[in-house]
Design a protein around this ligand. Structure first.
Ligand code: AMP
Length: 281
């Protein structure tokens, strides 16, 4: 495992390996590793000769200054956690390395960008696209790995790669959960013990909703999910939508011919958590 801080060095090393025919896989992250991150890397290692993990808490994707300030960071611990997983390169640049100049680029994600996270976190996906395109330029991976936990991010990056004609295969990886069902997230460690316990209700409710789908209209089920989660005084649903899995537009009835996914954002105290679940007809 080689730790690299400068983009030029990484770009040149990977260029040499690419010219020898190596296949490069890439896992972008913001660090504070958990099993979700490690599952992406394991998948990456299986499918590529060279695996690159990046650790960078990207300022431009935080629409809330406090969220950026409080986001957990522990590079030394991350390096210890990741070493046994044997990535070839860990890229952990400083902010100036990635943003020597302010990035003024504005991306258009069409319909995908205006719903859910796009509505509640204005500018978030533009920041994600800024950093992901910069990282893709440096690493030029054959395959890049993203978690379904961030379902809308995955849809947007898939769209962006297609619309920019980038020769990169986007690989989606399933959500890894804690034993009580809570989706693993770096933000979970910011929850106090009561909030952490309550947060299990999010996935429990989503799972029950999937089982109840035959008995309720979509709107009724959406209201039911709000009621269940909001009945816990420590939780507050920001949105819950059942959308088609490609364009992420709301689905009004179960008969609609598309794959449906229920996407949720919940505030547990000050911490914002997201999750999603498939509704298969
Ligand atoms: P982050 O460090 O939160 O930016 O996440 C880096 C990558 O890990 C993203 O592609 C996430 O979707 C993915 N990821 C985060 N949490 C999980 C999880 N619980 N299961 C699977 N992938 C995840």
């Amino acid at each position: 495992m080689r730790v690299i801080r400068h983009k030029k060095e990484l770009h040149e090393l990977l260029g040499l390996l690419r010219s020898k025919g190596d296949k490069i896989g890439f896992v972008p992250t913001m660090g504070t590793f958990h099993e979700g991150h490690l599952s992406l890397l394991r998948c990456c290692r299986k499918e590529n000769n060279i695996s690159v993990v990046s650790i960078f808490v990207n300022p431009t994707q935080f629409n809330d200054k406090n969220d950026f300030k409080n986001y957990p960071r522990d590079l030394n611990k991350d390096l210890q956690v990741i070493e046994p997983e044997n990535p070839d390169f860990v890229f952990c640049p400083e902010t100036d390395e990635m943003y020597p100049e302010p990035d003024k680029r504005v991306f258009d994600f069409g319909k995908l960008g205006n719903v859910m996270e796009g509505e509640f976190r204005p500018g978030h996906f533009n920041g994600v696209a800024q950093i992901v395109t910069k990282l893709f330029d440096i690493v030029m991976p054959n395959n890049a790995y993203f978690g379904e936990k961030d379902f809308q991010q995955l849809a947007i990056i898939t769209f962006m790669v297609r619309s920019l004609n980038l020769p990169i295969n986007i690989v989606s990886c399933p959500i890894i959960r804690e034993t009580d069902g809570l989706a693993m997230s770096s933000r979970n460690q910011l929850l106090n013990p009561e909030e952490r316990k309550s947060a299990a209700l999010i996935f429990q409710t989503l799972s029950k909703a999937v089982n109840l789908q035959k008995q309720h209209k979509i709107n009724e089920l959406i209201n039911w999910v709000f009621e269940q989660i909001d009945s816990n005084p420590l939780l507050k649903v920001e949105y819950f939508k059942i959308v088609d899995s490609i364009e992420l537009q709301p689905v009004n009835n179960w008969e609609a011919q598309c794959n449906k996914v229920g996407c949720i954002a919940v505030k547990a105290g000050k911490i914002r958590l997201i999750d999603n679940i498939r509704f298969n007809s």
